[in-house]
Design a binder for this molecule. Structure first.
Ligand code: ATP
Ligand code: MG
Length: 434
């Protein structure tokens, strides 16, 4: 496609990416922009990042750029660092032949999954190894053309997510492609063609073979891309949530279960925040995904063991997180926040005297309060009343706050004192957790 047909102009391309392309070309190598950036430019969207592909090997790339570091094992890649911007440069990938199974460069496991993929090849081979037809378009600054190897332009005009090659084979090679199909359909507001979508429910279980760290990265992209609601709905439709969140299995069988409503409500807020450039934390999402499994597990523990609700809840918090990280890794910096949000759900009802003021200063008060508000919306009853109380309390002047606390004490009447004695050690314990 010449310039006039694809409409991409150099002004829309990051200066750093242009520098990389020019330097590679000048050194006698071929180089192209490829993947999401070309697709997004053709869709008239602002690309998230610019990926470059070349016939230079990682070592040759490193030789050309001082600001280059080589990364990756499954894929060896060069990162060229320009301040906060990183341009990823990959070498053309080649095919794996079946008798290559003991090859050091490319390797498949028993399920047909590629565990190593460092066979270099030609641009045609590279294009065939890419996932979707709209991701296999190559833009060159040498002649300003876009080379479209898999009819990506047609897919874009039909707004279709279409896998390159035989879908079942491609999903077996890399089951994460199933998640990517959903992500692009939701984010780009496209439909998944039957050929590409039909095999997914049957193969969804293969996600269990993906390392939890990679699934963590993928779920961030799925739910923090600004189209979380659409993504969740499609994931559910294609049976992909169950392998990601096994503890939600039962709830997922009924799309309008309380669990799904709660998660969708949180995702709706998240989408709204992301599209308004506000900060979001993945911890809040995980806390929401696992909240009802946590409550259920705590109740079960309590019933089975005769532990206090507080102790059962505490143990359940650890166990629910432990079960989840078997599938999706959750870095410590997020799991601590998840715990805080959950523990604070236990503490927010206990507002007597100074505690109310102490809670307001807790670093995760805001997140926990937002969480409680969504619970209130979905559950009504106690959580709703409590959320309203905290809304009022936060915005009240200090005289009014004191009145609210006195009213609360009177309302609770004689039960306040014995409860206080019993709960004091618990409150301390969760302070030290926080
Ligand atoms: P985004 O806008 O989210 O960055 P992207 O298409 O650029 O979308 P990346 O994960 O950045 O996605 O990957 C860059 C390119 O690498 C893709 O467009 C695709 O051509 C190829 N690619 C990425 N992951 C896979 C995969 N699992 N299998 C095959 N090709 C892949
Ligand atoms: Mg990209």
């Amino acid at each position: 496609m010449p310039r006039a047909e694809h409409g991409i102009s150099r002004e829309e391309i990051s200066d750093s990416a242009l520098k990389v392309l020019y330097r590679l070309n000048k050194a006698g190598f071929e180089s192209y922009l490829v993947g999401g950036c070309v697709r997004d430019l053709m869709l008239g969207k602002l690309p998230k990042d610019f990926d470059v592909v070349t016939n230079a090997t990682p070592e040759q790339i490193k030789g050309l750029f001082v600001n280059c570091r080589l990364i990756g094992r499954r894929f060896r890649l060069a990162h060229i660092v320009f301040g906060r911007e990183i341009i990823e440069v990959a070498t053309f990938r080649g095919h794996h032949s079946v008798d290559e199974s003991d090859n050091k460069l490319g390797q498949q496991d028993a399920q047909g999954q590629l565990v190593r993929d460092n066979v270099f090849g030609t641009i045609e081979e590279d294009a065939q190894r890419r996932d979707f037809t709209f991701n296999a378009m190559y833009y060159s600054v040498a002649d300003f053309t876009v080379t479209d190897f898999a009819r990506g332009r047609d897919a874009i005009s039909r707004r279709e997510v279409e896998l390159i090659g035989d879908p079942e084979t491609r999903y077996r090679e890399d089951p994460v492609r199933m998640l990517r199909a959903i992500r692009f359909a939701a984010k780009l507001d496209m439909t998944i063609t039957p050929r590409t979508g039909d095999p997914i429910p049957k193969l969804a279980h293969l996600l269990a073979n993906i390392p939890p760290a990679r699934l963590f990265e993928e779920t961030l992209k799925l739910f923090l891309g600004g189209a979380g609601v659409a993504t969740f709905t499609l994931l559910q439709q294609y049976g992909l949530l169950q392998p990601l969140f096994p503890q939600l299995s039962e709830a997922l069988k009924t799309p309008d279960s309380r669990e799904c409503q709660f998660i969708l409500r949180v995702l709706e807020n998240t989408d709204h925040r992301i599209n308004g450039n506000q900060r979001v934390t993945p911890a809040f999402l995980y806390a929401a995904f696992l909240w009802y499994p946590l409550e259920e597990h705590a109740q079960k523990l309590q019933a089975e063991s005769g532990l206090s609700h507080y102790d059962a809840f505490n143990i359940a918090v650890g166990e629910v997180i432990h079960r989840q990280v078997q599938r999706i890794m959750i870095p410590k910096r997020f799991s601590t926040v998840i715990r805080d949000i959950w523990m604070l759900q236990q503490r927010l009802p206990r507002r007597f005297g100074r505690r109310a003021f102490q809670l307001l200063t807790h670093p995760k008060f805001r997140a926990a309060y937002d969480f409680l508000c969504v619970r209130g919306e979905i559950e009504g009853g106690d959580p709703l009343e409590l959320a309203d109380w905290w809304t009022q309390f936060q915005h009240a002047e200090s005289g009014q706050q004191k009145k609210m606390l006195t009213a609360l004490r009177q309302q609770e009447g004689g039960t306040a004192r014995p409860r206080k004695r019993r709960r004091k050690p618990s409150a301390k314990r969760s302070d030290s957790n926080a």
